[in-house]
Structures are given as C-alpha cells and as structure tokens.
Design a protein around this ligand. Sequence first.
Ligand code: PMP
Length: 424
Amino acid sequence: NTTAPATRALIERRRNTFGDGVPLFYRDPVHFVSASGVWLRDRDGLEYLDAYNNVPSVGHCHPHVVEAVSKQAATLNTHTRYLSDVVTSYAERLLGTFPRGLSKVLFTSSGTESVDLAMRLARLYTGGSGFIVTRFAYHGHSTAVAEITPAFGPGVPIGINVRLVDAPDGYRQDAPVGIKFAQDVAAAIADMERHGIKFAGLILDTVCSSDGLFVDPPGFLQDVVATVKRAGGVFVADEVQPGFGRTGEGMWGFERHRILPDIVVMGKPMGNGMPIAATVTTADIMQAFTDRSGYFNTFGGNTVCCAAASAVLDVIESEGLISNAKETGAHLKRGLEQLKAQHQSIGDIRAIGLYAAVEFVQPGTKNGDTEMALDVVNELRRRRVLISTCGPQGNILKIRPPLQFSSENCDTLVTAIDEILRIR
Ligand code: PMP
C-alpha cells in the first residue's frame, strides 16, 4: 500500500463519520488542498492536471468568480423572498441564452432539485405521470429522481411509471441512431399506455454522459422529440453535463440537434462550485405549475450564488471559452483518434467540445474492458492527471476538463495515456 500514513488516517476518519456509502476516487485516494485554473495541488504541494472536473468549469478558483462571491457575501445574502436586482438580472441574463420560447426560470441548489422540479412541471402540464429515461441515465439522488436514475443499479429500484430505453449508441448498433431511438421511445410510450400510465415526458441528458457519451450525428434527437410531442409528452433536456459551453457549439447541448426542449435543467458548472442550479421552461408550462402551486426554495438562487453564476457568464464571454472548447476539443479529439490508430484496445473515440470518451474493448471485439479503463485512470492519477470513467460497464474514459484547458494540456494527457498503454 503506497498511501501515505496521514492520508490513510484521514480516509479512516472519513469512513468513521460517513460510513461506507460515499466512495472516494482512486485506489490511492488523493487529498487536495488548493487549486487554480486547470491545476490542483495536493497536501504535499504536488500539482495535478485536471482533465475531469466540470464544476469549476471556468477554471478552479477563478479570480473574477472569487471576487464576485466575496463581494456579495460581504454585502447581502438572505433567503429568496426579498427583491434583489442581482438575482433578477442574472435570471434575465440566463434566459437570454435560450431560444425565445424558453422564457421562465426557477432556481434551486442542485441538479437533483432541478430535475425533481422538472418532473413536477411535466406532470402538471401533461396530466401524465410516466417518464422515459435511457438505460444507464443519472439524473439525481432524491426519492423521486432516484426512481428515474437506473445508474444506481438494482439496489435502487426504478419507479413503476418509468420506462428505460437503450441510449442512442452509434458504436454498438447498426441502425441509424436517431430513428432507432425514436422507435424505442414510441414503444416505451405504447407499453406505458397499455399499463394505464399516461406519458408525461422523456428526460434526457443531451450528450448521454452516464450511458457513455453519445453525440453523433448532429440532429439525431429530432425524431425522438417529434415522437414525444406527438404523444402529448414534454421533452426535458438535462443540461447538467453539457450546459454552459462545454460542447463548444453554443451554450447548450440541445443546440447541436436543432431541437426546442419544453424544459431544460442545468446545474454543476453554473456557479463554478457555488451551489446553484435551475429549471427553465415555457410560459405555458410555468403557468400550469403556478396555477396549482407556489415555489419557494430557501437557498436556491440566493444573491451570493447568483453573483457567482453571473461572474461565470462573464468569464465564458470574456475568455472565449466556448470557442476554446471547440478548438481545443478538436485538437483533443485528433490526439485521441491517433491513439486509437495505435492501440487495438481502444474501440471507439467519441467527443464533442471539451468532453471526450475513450472506449476500451477486448481487441477485435466490442466487449468492454473495464479493468483496462480502471488501470488507466489509476495510472494517470499516479502520473498526476485526473480523469474518470463512465458507461454501464465503466470501460469508458471520461475526459471533461475545465474549459480553460489548452492544446498543451491535451498533449500532456494524450501522451500519458499513450505511455500507459505501451507499457501495460
Ligand atoms: N443530471 C445529470 C446529467 C448529472 O450528471 C447530475 C450529477 N451527476 C445530476 C443531474 C444531479 O445533479 P446534482 O448532483 O447537482 O444533484
């Protein structure tokens, strides 16, 4: 065991206080004490390249965000039932990033709460209760949202009103993904209705992060959105992962598919680490909700979090982070494609902006190689580069760095993976 005694002691204290249900990353867990930009520092002062974290999306401890938070925290922070120019101005600015029909927003403190709220909106608007999600989706951890989160595995049952469909996986299926996905959703709607369940909506991470990152071809979600709307349901775009510029093609992942969601959920990168998330929808859907229910959330969209979120939008604009995601992402994808050409263990590369997946398989097959992915992640950690895995088998490298990532950072990562695969 190479873990330092002080780190082992902290792991033990953590286990004593939290129990065993909150796993740490890595066989040799890492203990960070500070960070800036795309670098984190551990307790020994060693620097790690961050190729994984999408919460500090505009860079760790970005000075502009830190200043906005500090100033607002020193000025005013209350619950959310007083007038606030900071909060209202941010809401207006955020809505300005959406197509015109999406004109109403409610703030929360987490992606889970925002998905939960989206489910309430969808139920009230459609009168239905049935939801469809992809087979290994992650949408959150509350009681209601865990029922639409099959990624928790068999220990957390999905709801009786929930149907699972295969993710639009263009690597493992031959049929055109958009058509097959729409057909599967239509079949799930029909199955629900046979069981007396009225369809409420399809909830989809628009890049299918948890299922393994499926992004191509652009436009493949058009058929499924039409199917959902024809059946009287709503399309809920979960933008917690792709949102705020990660795809390099605009602010939101759904834009790649030229579709108009009825409800959009966002979180993670929204406040660069401050807890703020949101549910955005149309005036009609919001009306169906407010006709029957008020909304109050003590912390959701407080002044400090809105100041942080507004500063995040400033940085995305002033540092051109969406075009950086596009250009640097293209460089990363090229580097990974070259790796694939040299290593038979890599079955597929999928990438959009600064979000990339490297799928490990047993050479000559499409059978996932989970052990390989785990080894690469842990060996990269040893070389002080952070990434993780995704997909139902955990055989897919998940590369999702802060949006300030540079071409040089990409080369460091790709070279490290190459070296690991050569010596393995
Ligand atoms: N939706 C997606 C797609 C997510 O990835 C997550 C978090 N992993 C959530 C929702 C839930 O967000 P939170 O952890 O902020 O509750």
